[in-house]
Write a protein that binds this ligand. Structure first.
Ligand code: AMP
Length: 312
């Protein structure tokens, strides 16, 4: 089944302990689409400026991503500048955000997009996220992502959007900030009160926790010696997760668990290179092998029989 994504398509300038890159392809919708495209047809709703290189669009179409909902408008493309330090690789320090063409953007879904069963509201103004929801007919699953920029700047609008969302992807610091609660489990409960009954908490190199009603599932992160660029890990996680779920076409506890692992698989590839450098070269056998490695990471036998030692 297809997945619809609204989010940013960006030119990023990024600094990590491995180097510096200027104006590389980024954006929440871009990372999401690349990851999800391995599993399901992807439909993008976004805007770019006149300065956006056509080569980037070609790369996405070559992966089968439907760009009929991506418009080019007069002005400059969305830009984001961020830095990661060796001490703090899990969280970007935002140095600059230029909304540019996103400031005037009014998303309009092409007719065939409106019946898409799986919808992902990528990290973008919550008002725009809601405008996309207004145009889709009864999706099977509505998921969303957000970040501190919108939690701080548009909290009321974000809460309105969240009341219409089934699944929220959020990193742990943002979950705490959104809920005003320092314990992650309690923060998730408060977020569930706002709407989403499933919450995926991304914890960078510590993996992810999936809260689904009363149930909790924990996925590790793939232990990597070299994290080149953490940008896009969250959106690639969401892309792998949603793409996999849409491919299955059902949302059960068991599918959500496997989706969490597939999200972790795609995030682990995304951080192995700057921008889409690694993911654009990815093959199916590589994805399957890493999925297997994730199983092996947490597989262990039952406790051997025999009583434990008694006190005294
Ligand atoms: P993440 O997966 O969380 O690392 O998201 C990475 C992408 O989010 C980057 O490629 C940025 O272009 C994009 N981004 C950063 N800030 C914003 C924002 N305020 N709104 C929309 N997209 C953003």
């Amino acid at each position: 089944m297809p997945v619809l994504v609204v989010g940013s398509v960006a030119l990023d300038s990024v600094e990590t302990p491995f180097g510096k890159r200027e104006e590389i392809l980024g954006g929440s919708a871009t990372y999401f689409s690349m990851a999800a495209s391995f599993f399901s047809p992807v439909r993008v709703v976004a805007v770019v400026g006149e300065d956006f290189p056509d080569a980037h669009l070609t790369m996405l179409t070559n992966r089968g991503v439907d760009l009929s909902g991506l418009v080019k408008r007069p002005g400059r493309t969305f830009r984001w500048k961020g830095r990661y330090t060796a001490q703090q690789l899990n969280e970007a320090q935002t140095l600059d955000t230029q909304l540019n063409v996103f400031e005037q953007f009014e998303p309009e879904l092409p007719e065939p997009y409106r019946a898409t069963p799986f919808v992902f509201l990528g990290n973008i103004d919550p008002v725009l996220q809601a405008k996309v929801l207004d145009q889709v007919a009864k999706p099977m699953l509505v998921a969303a992502d957000t970040m501190n920029f919108w939690i701080r700047g548009k909290l009321d609008d974000l809460k309105k959007t969240l009341s219409r969302v089934d699944l929220l992807f959020v990193n742990d610091a943002e979950a705490r900030e959104l809920a005003g609660e320092s314990n992650v489990v309690r923060a998730v409960r408060r977020i569930m009160d706002l709407g989403p009954k499933t919450v995926a908490v991304k914890r960078g190199e510590y993996g992810a926790l999936l809260f689904h009603g009363e149930k909790v599932f924990s996925a590790p992160a793939f232990p990597l010696a070299d994290v080149y660029d953490p940008t896009g890990a969250g959106d690639s996680f969401a892309g792998g997760f949603m793409g996999y779920l849409a491919r299955c076409g059902v949302v059960t506890d068991e599918h959500l668990r496997r989706a969490t692992i597939m999200g972790s698989v795609m995030a682990s590839f995304a951080v192995e290179g700057f921008s889409m450098d690694r993911v654009k070269l990815l093959t199916e056998p590589e994805i399957n092998t890493r999925f297997g490695s994730f199983r092996a990471l947490t597989q262990f036998e039952e406790l051997s029989p025999g009583p434990l030692r008694q006190a005294g």
